[in-house]
Design a protein around this ligand. Structure first.
Ligand code: CO
Length: 496
């Protein structure tokens, strides 16, 4: 066996163990009886330990270093080695003591956050969060960075992204989106009241399956189940699971989770199985992953063409409930823009203010220009400033998201990156696929899926996000595409 073959074998062993714990995680969120929780936690921790040992083994490092000097490798092989060596070196920067302290602090912070949220009292969470922030500041030093310490954290979710680039994007959000939302607020408002009628759960489920099929989700290589928070997970590109949540008195919950998670799943199903376990078989970044879910959810699923096509199918299930509703009514109801308190309920326009606020807070916390005790007042001030709303309680404010209690700092910006990449990719797809809207209206999503497979999915991690974006669209990521998309759409919807 030559060195590259040895590398592949070792990487696949790591993947086998990781994906085995993925199955256990999926089961925990869907079917596991409550009594199984304790031993399941132990099983997951054992598997995580094995993955860590395999990933940081000294011989593996020697092999990677030898291969990184091997000029006979193909370009793809070289990029895989470069990526794996970077991960290996990063994992070596952590001492065991630091990892253990982080893991303990995260469990404590998570418990404190749950209680604090329930009682809507930030002070219950603050001391644990202070500890986590201190560890995160230390982590930035361990990992190293060129310009801003926050870069080190951002890179864990969006490799190559820089704090200053995110600042530029959000400066555009601030200067262009704030006024646009004010214009919308001043216009006559549409209604979505009919979305909250009674909709039979089984019929909703069946409609969701129809939507997934129509997108091209392959049920031979996946399945859908129910969970309290919808998610996508995969055990290889041959087995990609999605979950949904169905509310009897809210039709939109199921529809959006199906299309959103379906978009994530199509990306995973499109990754090349021949590259299993290697960087060339993995997704690029969270921003690119989210671009796939949001392209389907927003650019496709919230378009007029999509509902002109699918209203007939929907009415097969809900003829009585929707007898007074046209595709146009449905389209407008799906696209209400209204500043709100909770990020996960936000529309696709005001959503980015929620992210901008979190980004400003995280950056300030990590660089030390604010401290944890300042968070609630800082948060409330920003919500007033960007969204024009008063935050009544900590639970509906600074305590609403799970991310910080998990120690996930640097994650939030990838949500906005996802929407902005989606708008830029979709603009290119419209240029390159003749009459894309017409095809979507006919329920033919195959051309779009083929385009995404060719442009994005097939490469795995071969191209970094910025390189891929330039390759597909001829330019760097630019907020202008998102702005054009929302302007065109909402000028029509709100008669601006
Ligand atoms: Co998502």
């Amino acid at each position: 066996m030559n060195n590259y073959e040895k590398y592949k074998t070792h990487m696949r062993k790591i993947a086998d163990v990781s994906y085995a714990s993925g199955v256990l995680n999926w089961d925990q969120e869907t079917y596991m009886p409550q009594g199984g929780a304790e031993i399941r936690a132990q099983q997951l921790s054992t598997l995580a330990g094995i993955v860590h040992e395999l990933s940081s083994a000294g011989e593996f490092g020697t092999l990677l270093n030898t291969l990184s000097a091997d000029t006979s490798l193909s370009e793809k092989e070289k990029r895989n080695i470069k990526q794996s060596l970077k991960n290996y070196n990063d994992s070596k920067k952590y001492t065991t003591a630091f990892v253990q302290e982080m893991s303990r602090s995260v469990s404590e912070a998570f418990q404190a956050w749950q209680q604090a949220k329930e009682k809507s009292d930030f002070s219950l969470f603050a001391p644990k969060l202070e500890k986590l922030v201190q560890l995160k500041r230390e982590e930035c030093k361990l990992l190293g960075y060129e310009n801003h310490p926050y870069d080190a954290l951002l890179n864990q979710y969006e490799p190559g992204a820089k704090t200053k680039d995110i600042e530029i994007l959000f400066a555009d959000v601030r200067s262009q989106l704030v006024d646009f939302v004010k214009q919308i607020a001043a216009a006559p408002q549409n209604t979505d009241a009919f979305m909250y009628r009674h909709y039979d759960k089984q019929k909703q489920w069946n409609f969701g399956i129809d939507l997934l099929r129509q997108m091209g989700y392959d049920f031979n290589h996946g399945r859908q189940d129910v969970s309290s928070h919808p998610f996508t997970t995969n055990f290889s590109s041959q087995d990609v699971r999605v979950t949904t949540r169905i509310a009897e008195n809210n039709l939109s919950e199921m529809i959006w989770s199906c299309i959103h998670e379906g978009g994530h799943a199509l990306y995973e199903q499109g990754l090349p199985i021949s590259e299993y376990g290697l960087p060339s078989g993995e997704y690029i970044s969270l921003g690119i992953h989210e671009s796939q879910s949001r392209l389907w959810e927003n650019n496709v699923g919230r378009s007029l063409a999509y509902w002109k096509g699918n209203i007939t199918l929907l009415k097969k299930y809900f003829a009585e409930e929707l007898k007074d509703i046209t595709a146009e009514d449905f389209y407008k109801a799906m696209n209400l823009v209204k500043p709100s308190l909770i990020r996960t309920n936000a529309d696709e326009v005001t959503y980015h203010f929620h992210i901008m606020i979190r980004f400003e807070i995280e950056k300030a916390l990590i660089e030390g220009s604010i401290e944890v005790k300042d968070l609630p007042s800082f948060w409330n001030k920003k919500y007033k400033e960007y969204l024009g709303i008063e935050v009544p309680t900590d639970a509906q404010g600074v305590l609403q998201d799970i991310h910080w209690s998990h120690g996930s700092f640097g994650y939030f910006p990838t949500y906005s990156l996802g929407s902005f990449y989606a708008a830029q990719f979709f603009a290119k797809a419209q240029e390159q696929i003749p009459n894309l809207a017409g095809e979507i209206e006919k329920g033919n999503m195959a051309l779009l899926l083929k385009w995404l497979r060719q442009q994005i999915h097939q490469y795995g991690k071969f191209y970094p996000a910025d390189e891929l974006c330039e390759k597909i669209t001829g330019e760097k990521l630019s907020f202008g595409y998102f702005m054009d998309y929302v302007k065109n759409k909402y000028k029509y919807i709100y008669n601006l």
